[in-house]
Design a protein around this ligand. Structure first.
Ligand SMILES: NC(=O)c1ccc[n+]([C@@H]2O[C@H](COP(=O)([O-])OP(=O)(O)OC[C@H]3O[C@@H](n4cnc5c(N)ncnc54)[C@H](OP(=O)(O)O)[C@@H]3O)[C@@H](O)[C@H]2O)c1
Length: 285
């Protein structure tokens, strides 16, 4: 099996990881999904994104089963892989965060999550959620915490709170089709050294079927999906987390992590998918 070295997004994380939304939803697909995550680990994926929401915990179980197999086989050590999970906003009280995290750890079969995110802003005061995260950190149940679906204004509010500056990542929709964060949020996060995790980087598969992107990608020896991924991580500070179950997709996506875009390709892409000229509402899915 060939291991592809993915360049880091920053000192902590690789620029390319694996998403798991839609996994763990059906018992019928379970074996195939565990095999996909297992293969991902064999191929060299070193960051896996999941959430208590996905398949009502089913995706975490899939990841846990694949990780257990990989550890048993000696493919990697636990500390070699970054596991990211998310707490639902409805569970994001100080006590709720703790209980939710314990359930996630059980499903994942691990003793700590590397990065624990608030899935989207909810009604529990952020100060309570932060207190919950800090308590989990103190117990060693999570290494770092962060947020997801926080727009520019919400991030400013967060970092102004006591302890808010410890936020380690913000995971948002970022793709060629949804590049609004290029205007303000992403440059701001880059300036702060705060990684942006790009979800839906292939627009849920739509970019892979985009004829204009395919025409641009082909002369470079890339598929449209690979070009979309190489674009998302082009300037660092971004971790793209495409979800894939099919083996060809898993292989293609990882390779995209080590492709560097030249100026001509960047210009051609900007012509097809113009950068935002003013602030835009954060895209969410
Ligand atoms: N924080 C949040 O609120 C939030 C929201 C949405 C997503 N996420 C995270 O971000 C991850 C990625 O987003 P997503 O799953 O919605 O969408 P995505 O990664 O943009 O697209 C996934 C789809 O693209 C297909 N695909 C993957 N690689 C491909 C390739 N090389 N060529 C052609 N098709 C390819 C996959 O097919 P196969 O599976 O059949 O291989 C799947 O149908 C999620 O899985 C989840 O972990 C987070």
């Amino acid at each position: 099996m060939r291991n592809v070295a993915v360049p880091p997004a920053d000192q902590l994380w690789p620029a390319l990881g694996l998403g798991t939304w839609r996994m763990g939803e059906s018992g019928r697909k379970r074996r195939e999904e565990i095999a996909a995550v297992r293969l991902a680990l064999e191929l060299g994926y070193r960051l896996i994104d999941t959430a208590e929401m996905y398949g009502d915990g089913g995706a975490e179980e899939v990841v846990g089963a694949a990780l257990a197999e990989a550890l048993r086989a000696g493919d990697l050590r636990r500390e070699d892989v970054i596991l990211v999970s998310k707490v639902l906003p409805s569970n994001a009280s100080a006590a709720g965060v703790r209980a939710a995290c314990e359930r996630s750890l059980r499903r994942l079969g691990i003793d700590h999550v590397d990065l624990y995110l608030l899935h989207w802003p909810g009604s529990h005061p952020l100060s309570q959620t932060i207190a919950g995260f800090e308590a989990l950190q103190a117990r060693g149940a999570i290494a770092r915490w962060g947020v997801s679906n926080f727009d520019f204004a919400a991030m400013h509010e967060l970092v102004a709170l006591p302890g808010g500056g410890a936020c380690a990542a913000n995971q948002v929709y970022y793709s060629l089709g949804e590049r609004g964060v290029d205007f303000d949020l992403l440059p701001w996060q880059r300036r702060r050294g705060l990684p942006l995790m790009a979800y839906c980087p292939i627009d849920q598969g739509a970019l892979a079927r985009d004829a204009r992107l395919t025409a641009l990608a082909r002369p470079l020896g890339l598929s449209a999906a690979q070009l979309a991924l190489a674009w998302a991580i082009r300037d660092g500070g971004v971790v793209a987390i495409p979800k894939a179950v099919r083996e060809a997709h898993l292989r293609d996506n990882l390779i995209a992590g080590s492709f560097e875009l030249d100026v001509a390709t960047r210009v051609a892409i900007d012509r097809l998918y113009p950068p935002p000229r003013k602030a835009q509402r954060l895209a969410v899915i």
